[in-house]
Ligand binder design. Structure first.
Ligand code: URA
Ligand code: SF4
Length: 208
């Protein structure tokens, strides 16, 4: 892929970036998707949450984290004492990657090439929002921010540092909320959810 750089004005504010992203052709994911899903929340929030990519419902509504994973995230944020007004929510990859099986659209994890192609948007967002801390939700966000050898099990739940374009910013990584939903219901899922909340609390404390 050619990457998003030619569509990104690094001095544009978030609303202008959002508008420009609708025309991005930096990789092939734009074509089968319904629309770009850019970001939501406070453009000057102290906390930036970075997910993987929009899911099926996000693709249809154009808003990040409005589906099942978003519900888990909302609950976990509330439980960690993080107010909605204090977060900006975005994704490492801004178009939904899926495979068609009959009429169903099945989520596919983005490849490193998609993560890299989409990174200029994230760089511009970090430069504009200037968060005190970024929370990486899952491996894709971790790879985008910290490099492709990022490993969630080894690096979650503590303060790390990411160089995102011209900006160096503290990062705390945790599991993706959809990983909670993929865990079998019962004590294992409860533990996964508790781990997510604990990492969000750590992030809040590290943000100061
Ligand atoms: N999962 C993500 O990573 N991002 C969304 O916006 C929705 C689900
Ligand atoms: Fe552009 Fe990112 Fe969409 Fe690819 S996924 S077309 S780089 S916005």
């Amino acid at each position: 892929p050619v990457g998003a750089a030619q569509w990104v004005d690094p001095d544009a504010d978030v609303p202008a970036l959002r508008e420009a992203a609708a025309g991005c052709r930096g990789c092939e994911l734009w074509e089968p998707a319904t629309q770009v899903v850019f970001s939501a929340g406070n453009d000057h929030a102290p906390l930036m949450l970075v997910g993987e990519q929009p899911g099926d419902q996000e693709d249809q509504r154009g808003i990040p984290f409005v589906g099942p994973a978003g519900q888990v995230l909302q609950r976990a944020l509330a439980e960690a004492g993080i107010e909605r007004s204090r977060v900006y929510v975005t994704n490492a990859v801004k178009h939904f990657r899926f495979e068609l099986r009959g009429k169903r659209r099945i989520h596919q994890t983005p490849q490193v090439s998609h993560i890299k192609a989409c990174k200029p948007w994230l760089e511009a967002e970090v430069a504009q929002v200037r968060p005190a801390l970024v929370i990486a939700l899952g491996a894709t966000a971790g790879k985008s921010l910290l490099g492709s050898d990022f490993r969630i099990t080894q690096q979650r739940g503590r303060r790390l540092e990411a160089v995102v374009g011209p900006t160096t910013v503290p990062v705390v990584a945790t599991i993706h909320p959809s990983a909670v939903l993929r865990t079998e219901e019962g004590p294992d899922r409860d533990a996964a959810y508790a781990g997510l909340v604990a990492d969000l609390r750590t992030a809040l404390a590290e943000a100061g």
